[in-house]
Design a protein around this ligand. Structure first.
Ligand SMILES: *[C@@H]1O[C@H](CO)[C@@H](O)[C@H](O)[C@H]1NC(C)=O
Ligand SMILES: *[C@@H]1O[C@H](CO)[C@@H](O)[C@H](O)[C@H]1NC(C)=O
Length: 197
C-alpha cells in the first residue's frame, strides 16, 4: 500500500513538471480572470507597464471586449497612432529648428538626427502596420519580430542624439520622453500578443 502510494507520487510529479514545461514552451499562458476582474485588468497584469496598459486600453471603447485578440489589436493600434503622432512632432521640430534651439555648431547635426528619427518612425509605423496583418494571420512570432523592430527603431532615434552629446555639445534629445513612452506601449503590445495561443 505504502509502496503503491510512493509509486503514484513518482508518476505524478514528472507529469506535473511536463505540463509546466509544455505551457512555458508555448507563446501563451493561461489567463485567469478572478472574480469580478475584467479582461483588461487580467491582461495588463502580464505587462511591464501596468498603469499605462490600463489607461491606454480603457481609452478605447472597443476594449470592453471578451476577446484577447481584440485587445492585442488595440494595443498595436495605440502604438501605431503614437508613432504617427511622433512622426508629425518630428516634422514640427524640423520646421522649428533653428540655431537658437541647438547652438550654431550643432544645428546641422541636430537636423540630421531629426531626419534620421523621421525615417526611423516611418519604418516603425510600417512595422506596426505589418504586425497587425501578422496578428490577423495568427502569426505570433512575426508580430513579436515586427514590434521588436519598431522598438529598436525608436532606440536608434534616441541613440542618434546620444552620439551628438558625446561630441563637444550639450544638446539633449528632444524626443527622449516620446521614445520612452513609445517603447512602453510596444512592450505592452508584445506582452499582450504573447498571451495569445
Ligand atoms: C485598429 O485600427 C484600424 C485602423 O485605424 C481600425 O480599422 C480598427 O477598427 C482598429 N481596431 C480596434 C480593435 O480598435
Ligand atoms: C514650433 O513653433 C511654434 C511657434 O513658435 C510653437 O507654438 C510650437 O510649440 C513649436 N513646436 C515644437 C514641437 O517645438
Amino acid at each position: 500500500m505504502a509502496s503503491r502510494k510512493a509509486l503514484d507520487q513518482c508518476l505524478v510529479l514528472p507529469i506535473l513538471l511536463m505540463n509546466c514545461f509544455v505551457l512555458l514552451g508555448q507563446c501563451a499562458r493561461p489567463l485567469n480572470t478572478e472574480g469580478g476582474e475584467d479582461l483588461v485588468t487580467a491582461t495588463c497584469k502580464h505587462t511591464l507597464h501596468f498603469e499605462l496598459c490600463i489607461s491606454t486600453l480603457r481609452s478605447v471603447p472597443a476594449s470592453k471586449t471578451s476577446d484577447l485578440k481584440v485587445l492585442a489589436e488595440i494595443a498595436l493600434n495605440l502604438s501605431t497612432t503614437y508613432a504617427a503622432d511622433t512622426l508629425s512632432y518630428v516634422h514640427e521640430l524640423q520646421s522649428n529648428s533653428s540655431a537658437a534651439n541647438y547652438g550654431s555648431n550643432n544645428i546641422i547635426y541636430a537636423s540630421r538626427c531629426l531626419s534620421d528619427c523621421a525615417e526611423e518612425y516611418s519604418e516603425a509605423i510600417e512595422n506596426l502596420k505589418d504586425s497587425k496583418e501578422a496578428l490577423a494571420d495568427g502569426d505570433c512570432d512575426q508580430v513579436d519580430t515586427l514590434v521588436s523592430a519598431a522598438m529598436s527603431d525608436a532606440e536608434t532615434c534616441e541613440d542618434g542624439f546620444k552620439d551628438m552629446q558625446s561630441g563637444d555639445s550639450d544638446s539633449t534629445s528632444p524626443l527622449t520622453e516620446r521614445n520612452r513612452y513609445f517603447s512602453e506601449l510596444c512592450s505592452n503590445a508584445l506582452a499582450i500578443t504573447k498571451l495569445l495561443v
